[in-house]
Design a protein around this ligand. Structure first.
Ligand code: SAM
Ligand code: SF4
Length: 386
């Protein structure tokens, strides 16, 4: 190391620029920052002592680290679930993003390396409907190869899964979440506002299982809409070895006509299940509270974002299909990382923008819900990636 700069050829163990040795980084994190610095032609200033440069050390204003990143790969969807993309607003004349506006796979992968250097270990690809993005398995393979990324998952409506499950698993996808709000053929189509049959989705789920992917099923329960089908979904998940996660209906976006009355609090849903299949708590995993069936046949989870907000432990960032960084599902606007990428920024500059944004983060919308924030403009779930 010379002249106060760390170059790719320097001994990274000695020339630590972040207050944490590269060997530590490698142990903790697969050393994505080291990989960036090796790829970067430009030297990294040794004075780069930004606290968020140390993987795992980036902390926001409420001392929350940056651990997981949801990446929306498209704003398009072939369903029109009214709670997400109501047809009145996402109809035939809706202008979806032109392809050139979307981040390329190379751009996404480059950003993932930056996020990995800041502490991210979990990536989830989502949308819109992510399986509408052509050659998604290529992106999966690129991300799977990034050091430090230990978990790579995908959330899908399952309609196109049969044809793609094997390629996704072969590319390095670790697990999959399929959204399934009802098993009833008629109600399923009503809830998705689509002609795709529930059978098609069930075939997709079976294909994912056959390809070796662990499957979670996401069900958004709404009172008087699909809550009658909860036990059928529980039985289906138990019979097939999948983990069902019951999600409280959220007030995301401004178009879904959310009313608190339609929310089924997790405690109520859990009591209904436990009355038939006794449950025992097994702790929390990310945003979900996990419960196992007392008879030993699997487990299920509850995501209580409305009745029991988890802002205090939220370590999740979101990247939209056009490269905006959102630090909260309920944020009004994001940080335009695509502009930074396309302006020719170096990896270190990108690291600084992302780390700086995270360091200034103080979002805790769900905890403040009901304190007058409900009328505020927010981005839609299909845009942000659920
Ligand atoms: C936005 S979708 C994107 C991925 C894919 N199209 C799918 O449906 O799985 C991701 C998840 O968000 C959930 N979601 C959408 N709107 C929601 C809302 N208002 N409240 C709770 N969950 C919602 C969906 O049920 C889905 O499980
Ligand atoms: S929840 Fe998923 S499947 Fe339904 S409209 Fe939104 S993006 Fe599409």
């Amino acid at each position: 190391m010379t002249g106060g700069v760390l170059t790719a050829g320097d001994n990274a163990e000695d020339a630590d620029v972040t207050g944490i040795t590269c060997a530590n980084r490698a142990r903790n994190h697969g050393c994505a920052l080291a990989q960036i610095s090796q790829q970067s032609p430009e030297p990294i200033p040794a004075t780069y002592a930004h606290p968020m440069a140390a993987p795992g050390a980036v902390r926001d204003q409420l001392s929350r680290g940056l651990r997981d990143l949801r990446i929306s790969v498209t704003d398009r969807c072939n369903f029109r679930c009214p709670y997400c993309m109501p047809r009145e607003l996402f109809g035939a004349d809706h202008a979806f993003l032109p392809r050139a506006e979307l981040l390329s796979f190379e751009e996404v992968a480059r950003l993932v390396r930056v996020f990995a250097a800041l502490g991210v270990t979990k990536i989830r690809l989502t949308g819109g409907e992510p399986l509408l993005r052509r050659d998604l398995a290529v992106l999966v393979a690129e991300i799977a190869a990034i050091p430090g990324i230990s978990d790579l998952a995908l959330t899908t409506n399952g309609s196109l899964l049969s044809a793609q499950a094997e390629a996704l698993a072969a590319a390095g996808l670790r697990r999959i979440t399929v959204s399934l709000d009802s098993l009833d053929p008629k109600l399923f189509q009503e809830l998705a506002d689509s002609r795709v049959s529930v059978q098609t989705v069930l075939e997709g789920i079976a294909a994912a299982s056959a390809a070796g992917l662990p499957v979670k099923l996401n069900t958004v329960l709404r009172k008087g809409v699909n809550d009658d089908g909860l036990l059928d979904l529980v039985d289906y998940a138990r019979a097939h070895g999948h983990t069902l996660r019951v999600i409280e209906y959220m007030d995301v976006g401004r178009t879904n006509g959310w009313v608190l009355d339609q929310v089924v609090p997790s405690a109520q849903a859990r009591a209904r299940v436990a009355a038939v299949h006794p449950l025992e708590p097994i702790g929390d995993e990310g945003t979900a509270e996990r419960w196992r069936f007392a008879d030993g046949v699997g487990e299920m989870g509850f995501v209580s974002s409305v009745s029991k907000p988890f802002c205090g432990t939220c370590t999740r960032a979101r990247l939209t299909a056009v490269g905006e960084l959102f630090t909260c599902l309920f944020a009004t606007s994001g940080t335009d990382l695509r502009a930074v990428l396309r302006s020719g920024a170096t990896d270190v500059e990108l690291l600084d923008v992302v780390g700086g944004r995270w360091a200034s983060r103080d979002d805790r919308y769900s905890e403040l819900r009901g304190l007058g924030t409900v009328g505020v403009a927010r981005a839609e779930m299909s845009y942000l990636g659920g």
